[in-house]
Design a protein around this ligand. Structure first.
Ligand SMILES: Cc1cc2nc3c(=O)[nH]c(=O)nc-3n(C[C@H](O)[C@H](O)[C@H](O)COP(=O)(O)O)c2cc1C
Length: 215
């Protein structure tokens, strides 16, 4: 097993990332890379899937996969349960890091910054475009809480379905969006022999600067 793991490696040779190709601010480059990922990645890879890392009040890190659901000049938006473990962590420590990995493109993007809740209007608007099953699920599932077994979840679901038999589910008060306001965005393009390209954008007082990092 250890031998097999030690032998597992791929060389990355697809393309490079030069300063000449990179704009002065990172959003345009993220959009370009994201569009490339939408075009190039094949199912089951979800181009908007990312790993979100948070820390708890004891400074212990936690990470999990989430879907990016919005991007504008303010930042990167995702949706979850405000009472979940991540919700409690973001309440205590409103900072997070997200990582996108697009394997076909041999690219990684790392984003770090402060996190705030989006407006109720934004959460409501997104909630309403979710499929009915997901809207019911947001009411039914006490995300991150211990439950006895699958039967308990099914019974919570049935109870919630009965409740919303004659009315459309509105956005629960414990559910909604977060926006990560980026202070750092690093673009990583895999290169041969582990000599990768890394362009690192940092935001200070609203101005982005860029530097190259050693791989
Ligand atoms: C591909 C994928 C997409 C996911 N998208 C979301 C999401 O958008 N929002 C969410 O709350 N959980 C999502 N999850 C589930 C989370 O990974 C996690 O299990 C859940 O949010 C509870 O995390 P927590 O206990 O740390 O709060 C997704 C999982 C996977 C594998």
């Amino acid at each position: 097993m250890n031998q097999t793991l030690a032998d597992m490696r791929r060389d990355y040779t697809r393309e490079g990332l030069s300063e000449a190709q990179a704009p002065d601010e990172p959003f345009a480059l993220f959009r370009q890379w994201f569009d490339d990922a939408v075009r190039t990645e094949q199912p089951p890879v979800e181009p908007n899937a990312m790993t979100l890392a948070t820390v708890d009040a004891d400074s212990r890190p936690h990470c999990r996969v989430l879907l990016l659901k919005g991007l504008d000049e303010r930042g990167f938006t995702f949706f979850s349960n405000y009472q979940s473990a991540k919700g409690e962590q973001l309440q205590a420590r409103p900072f997070a890091a997200m990582t996108f990995f697009w394997p076909s493109l041999e690219r990684q993007v790392r984003i770090e910054g402060r996190v705030e809740r989006v407006s109720e209007a934004e959460s409501n608007a997104y909630f309403q475009v979710r499929p009915l099953g997901s809207r019911i699920g947001a009411w039914a599932s006490p995300q991150s809480r211990v439950i006895a077994d699958r039967a308990e979840l099914e019974s919570l679901l049935m109870e919630t379905e009965r409740r919303f038999l004659n009315q459309a589910p509105t956005c629960p008060p414990h559910w909604g969006g977060y926006r990560l306001l980026p202070e750092r965005i690093e673009f990583w393009q895999g290169r041969a022999s582990r000599l990768h390209d890394r362009l690192d954008y940092r935001c200070l007082d609203g101005h982005w600067s860029r530097q190259r990092l050693a791989p």
